[in-house]
Design a protein around this ligand. Structure first.
Ligand code: EPU
Length: 352
């Protein structure tokens, strides 16, 4: 256990926050020892994974930071159609995706290069380019940090929805492994954003899983700041979900407002890619990046923080700043978007 530990390398925003206590967990034995630790029992806890979706609101976390880092990837079962793979929480997400792509397994290729670790992926049901992790999660293994009791959540029990799952609400629960079910034969998801165009422009007519993963990586690299170079947490805000009525009102003023239907599964198929005869949805998702961009914030910089010039949904820390600067910028953007469009935008990042 470390005391007064700097978390600068443990949050991708790169803020020099300190924690009263910090402990890395490399094995189930480490977890059982932690549960008995008196400092741990008496303190406020935080389970910190890759630190790529977290903003500490002050420079000192007066509590106990737990850093689960169990490693390992195991094939559990293989049929003609699928492969079940167990991956422990401390594996780096993008390395795990590369591993499954290199094995020719379908399911995670659109989620290439998302920062963070495997244990955190189910918590907010990470998603990108028309895919969400919920479509490949078979079950999630947890341990209760108060009692030491282990539990297994089936996909259904995880209650996945857009950037959400049951793990955001149940306290004291550490995910130590995730079982995935991946397909040996499958369909590639090419309809989101400019994946298809990118492949055409690169003369790839029969894309493989590797081509899709490489395309997603290239598109992400164009839009998002490089982790470890510029501080950020990817999308800082959630996309806005508004009523169809609000959307139509917006469209009369801004004909080019992009939108996505909100389906029962809350997936992210762009409106242009769906059947135009489909029954209108009661709710519509508006990209918050577009709202912030149109409100004039793209590329804005104030002291150590700013709005990324290639994707306005991303707030950045250029180094040497304090979390409060990001919080102040967040409030200004929220007010400005509300005043211009009448839409309240919410952070996607976990603010601690
Ligand atoms: N847009 C603008 N200006 C901007 C940014 C976006 O006009 O500055 C417009 C784009 O032109 C496009 C639309 O907004 O029409 C959507 O933009 P984009 O395709 O970049 O995706 P997004 O909705 O902004 C979401 C996820 C990302 C994910 C991408 C791709 C959320 C909150 N964000 O962003 O996730 O990579 O789709 O699937 O759902 C993350 O969670 O950290 C993250 C990066």
């Amino acid at each position: 256990m470390e005391k007064n530990f700097s978390l600068r390398e443990f949050n991708t925003f790169g803020f020099a926050v300190k924690a009263r206590y910090f402990q890395e967990l490399k094995s189930m034995d480490d977890i059982h020892d932690l549960i008995k630790n008196p400092e741990f029992k008496q303190s406020r806890h935080l389970i910190l994974s890759g630190g790529s979706n977290i903003l500490f609101s002050s420079e000192f976390f007066d509590g106990f930071v737990v850093y689960p880092n169990l490693k390992g990837i195991e094939t559990l079962e293989e049929t003609d159609e699928t492969v079940k793979i167990r991956c422990y929480c401390g594996e780096v997400w993008k390395d795990f995706v590369n591993y499954t792509v290199s094995k020719g397994l379908y399911g995670l290729e659109n989620l290439a290069d998302i920062p963070g670790k495997v244990g955190a992926a189910p918590v907010q049901n990470i998603g990108a380019y028309g895919a969400e992790v919920k479509d490949t999660v078979y079950q999630v293994h947890t341990i209760d940090l108060a009692t030491g009791k282990t539990n297994v959540f089936s996909n259904e029990e995880c209650q996945f929805s857009y950037r959400n799952s049951i793990f955001k609400t149940i306290k004291n629960t550490l995910i130590f492994a995730v079982d995935f079910v991946l397909k040996k034969h499958g369909e590639l998801k090419l309809d989101y954003g400019n994946i298809r165009n990118y492949l055409i422009n690169n003369n790839i007519s029969n894309p493989t899983i590797k081509d899709v993963a490489a395309t997603v990586k290239a598109i992400r690299a164009e839009k998002l700041p490089e982790v470890g170079v510029v501080g950020s947490v990817g999308s800082f805000f959630q996309n806005a979900i508004v009523s169809e009525e609000k959307y139509l009102e917006l469209k009369t003023t801004y004909q080019d407002v992009p939108s996505y239907p909100v389906t029962a599964e809350q997936n992210e198929i762009p409106r242009c890619a769906r059947n135009d005869n489909a029954v209108p949805q009661a709710l519509v998702k508006i990209p918050t990046g577009w709202l912030i961009d149109r409100a004039g914030w793209k590329g804005y910089r104030e002291n150590h923080v700013g709005v990324w010039d290639k994707q306005a949904l991303v707030l950045v820390h250029y180094g040497g700043g304090k979390p409060q600067e990001i919080l102040d910028l967040m409030k200004k953007i929220q007010e400005s978007v509300y005043n211009k469009f009448g839409i309240e935008i919410k952070p996607e990042v976990n603010i601690i």
